[in-house]
Design a protein around this ligand. Structure first.
Ligand SMILES: [Zn+2]
Length: 351
């Protein structure tokens, strides 16, 4: 079998590097003798795209988890160059076979959505009483990839999960070595998530920009899923005036402004899609750039920054052999991001 080799200008360093693929590892040292095949010859390799907010397995919260749908969704991600995903809530816990399937992207799951009464679609997540939240959060994080997902608020005019309870849940998960993602769309929900020390705010609609410095200091990431909201924006603006419409538009415009301010304040802003079909994280990177993040930072939010945040290195000696390569620099040509020239997952050429 020939040794597969990769050569190109690696991002984000923009440094010419050469690797050979040692199974699922990148090696920079001398390659073993014998045939060599250059599978990437020039161009711009990045350490794979990442979608940190996707819900593979079912396209409707009313449908049961389906193994073939799960596999289809994960393959859609892979075909787009998304080689790592985080699933902040699914209708069932991620089945063990996912990690063993070499054709599928790496998955960091958060178990089932944790829904306290009146919050979330009934029966879709794990429905619990409020006082069960801390223990259930530890259970989901321990049974998954270390993450759990709390529905921190639901209807815009109803109370969020109380701050003391959310604080207790986050502390319990942190004590168990896990991390907490919090769904928040109201000012109260976003504030409680930050003050409770959550690891990520999903959406963060109505987030008070006065909290961004605190987020940066304590390492709370922001996952705004702008493309998912942006898809509805025209319809909201076209609606008849109402309190709900005003609230949505204020929230949406605040999200766009917060993305740029958050980045400038040092908050880790990451790309998540929260939509179907899977494999559209390139569009979210474009939205982050449109909201004012520098091109490299918007691209990193959908690649190396997210990978690092989930504990995986960039394209260096000994790193997992995941990469996606482009003919042109995708930071300078965002349209290129959706068209990888080469995709390598776990040391195998996938495209
Ligand atoms: Zn979601």
């Amino acid at each position: 079998m020939s040794v597969l080799r990769v050569r190109g200008v690696v991002l984000p360093e923009r440094e010419e590097r050469t690797f050979w693929l040692d199974g699922d590892r990148l090696r920079t040292g001398p390659a073993p003798g014998g045939d060599a095949e250059l599978v990437v010859d020039g161009g711009f390799p990045l350490p794979g795209l990442v979608d940190v907010h996707t819900h593979p397995g079912t396209e409707s919260v009313e449908s049961p988890f389906d193994a073939s749908v799960l596999r289809k969704h994960l393959l859609e991600h892979r075909e787009a160059g998304v080689l790592l995903v985080r699933t902040p809530g699914t209708v069932a816990r991620m089945p063990a076979w996912v990690d063993g399937d070499a054709e599928l992207p790496r998955v960091r799951s958060a178990g089932r959505w944790l829904a306290t009464p009146g919050r979330f679609f009934p029966g879709a997540g794990r429905d619990i009483a409020e006082d069960e939240l801390p223990a259930a959060a530890v259970e989901e994080a321990s049974a998954s990839s270390g993450w759990c997902k709390v529905i921190g608020d639901w209807r815009w005019d109803e109370p969020a999960v109380p701050l003391d309870l959310l604080t207790e849940a986050v502390a319990a998960v942190h004590a168990a070595g896990g991390r907490v993602a919090v769904h928040c769309q109201s000012a109260e929900g976003a504030r409680n998530a930050v003050l409770a020390g959550a690891d990520s705010l999903e959406y963060g609609m109505h987030l008070d920009p006065g909290l961004l410095d605190r987020m940066a200091a304590q390492g709370t990431a922001l996952v705004p899923t702008l493309a998912a909201f942006g898809a509805n924006a025209d319809a909201w603006y076209a609606r008849e005036r109402s309190a709900r419409r005003g609230d949505w538009i204020t929230g949406w415009e605040g999200m766009l402004a917060n993305v740029c301010s958050a980045y400038e304040a040092g908050v880790t802003v990451l790309a998540g899609t929260d939509s179907f079909p899977c494999g559209t994280v390139a569009a979210e990177a474009a939205w982050l750039a449109r909201a004012g993040m520098p091109a490299d930072a918007a691209l990193g939010a959908a690649s190396w920054t997210a990978r690092d945040w989930l504990g995986l290195p960039g394209l260096t000696e000994g790193a997992p052999a995941d990469l996606v390569a482009y003919d042109t620099d995708p930071a300078l040509d965002p349209g290129a991001l959706a068209h990888p020239a080469r995709i390598i997952l776990r040391g195998r050429v996938a495209h």
